[in-house]
Design a protein around this ligand. Structure first.
Ligand code: HSE
Length: 311
């Protein structure tokens, strides 16, 4: 049986989940794929840190770029985040014809054009299912299942942390900071949680979805973005009295006259009878409308170790 070698860069929350589940479901994957998936090297910042999973010491390195020189590594899984080292790693992997998997939505939103041009030139696939919607297979669905559709609109709750905060403020009357602390403790938030609450992370995901739906990369400066940090408990209560829920909603939409698209992220009043109003906690949901398929809805955990590792 053939072995397919994986180089895992980054053992934060998601990287640890990927290693754990590749190990736990190794036999299942072997049976389904017809070959062995083997993690051959794991790049970390601190080799001594206890991550709650057993990683053979000889797999660990602090030099992520060393994954590129290992001929036994066929796929590089980039989960280190940030924009410089991760970009170098991805472009280096593409040049060496190693498959790339990444969850780095900020980097894709900013440098996606360059990354996918390089991937196209070298005929190397770049997979990024974990970059949007946690465990929800939205990337694959838009790319493959809806290939015969003009995408008319995507409306989505795409940031788990802000949805968790809004839910706790609405249902438990909790304060903003306390709810954010809970989301951080559960491993939902970004290393810099301001991106969760200021709408930046949702904007990165909206840019990725727009690129799949419309075939070009919208510059972040062209996206209207407002986060949830100015919402107060009384905004939420007033909305509730009027029969609405407030959600941080990403909208990606083609104008009906064919004159362009719009991409925006902002708190939105959703009637409580609408299905998106009942998407609570860390859950994400995306309503995708295509000219052939009509309205569709995707729902699942949008953040967290296991859901993201699954993607
Ligand atoms: N911080 C992100 C969120 C993680 O809360 O949605 C998943 O992309």
């Amino acid at each position: 049986m053939q072995t397919f070698g994986i180089g895992l860069a980054g053992m934060g929350n998601v990287g640890t989940g990927v290693f754990k589940h590749l190990t736990q479901n190794r036999a299942l994957l072997r049976e389904r794929l017809g070959y062995e998936l083997a993690v051959r090297r794991v790049a970390v910042r601190d080799v001594e840190k206890n991550r709650g999973v057993e990683i053979p010491r000889e797999l660990l390195t602090t030099d992520a770029q060393s994954l590129l020189d290992d001929p036994g590594i066929h796929m590089v899984v980039e989960l280190i985040g940030g924009k410089e080292e991760s970009l170098r790693l991805m472009l280096g992997a593409i040049e060496r014809k190693k498959i790339v998997v990444t969850g780095n939505k900020a980097l894709l939103a900013e440098r996606g054009k360059e990354i996918f041009e390089a991937a196209f030139a070298h005929k190397v696939p770049v997979f990024f299912e974990a970059a949007v919607g946690g465990g929800i297979p939205i990337i694959k669905s838009i790319r493959e299942a809806f290939i015969g559709n003009h995408i008319q609109s995507i409306h989505g709750i795409v940031n788990g942390t802000s949805n968790y905060i809004l839910t706790r403020m609405t249902e438990a009357g909790m304060g903003f900071s306390e709810a954010l602390a809970e989301a951080q403790a559960a491993g939902y938030a970004e290393a810099d949680p301001s991106l969760d609450v200021n709408g930046g992370d949702a904007a990165h995901k909206a840019i990725i979805l727009a690129s799949l739906a419309y075939g070009f990369w919208v510059p972040e400066g062209n996206v209207f973005v407002e986060g949830i940090e100015k919402l107060t408990a009384s905004d939420i209560q007033f909305a509730r009295k009027m029969g609405y829920r407030i959600k941080l909603l990403a909208t990606i939409k083609a104008h009906e006259d064919g004159a362009g698209i719009e991409v925006r992220v902002h708190p939105t009043l959703i009637p409580e009878t609408h299905v998106l109003a009942s998407v609570n906690g860390v859950f994400n949901a995306m309503a995708v409308r295509g000219d052939v398929v009509g309205e569709t809805l995707f729902y699942g955990k949008g953040a967290g170790q296991d859901a993201t590792a699954s993607a």
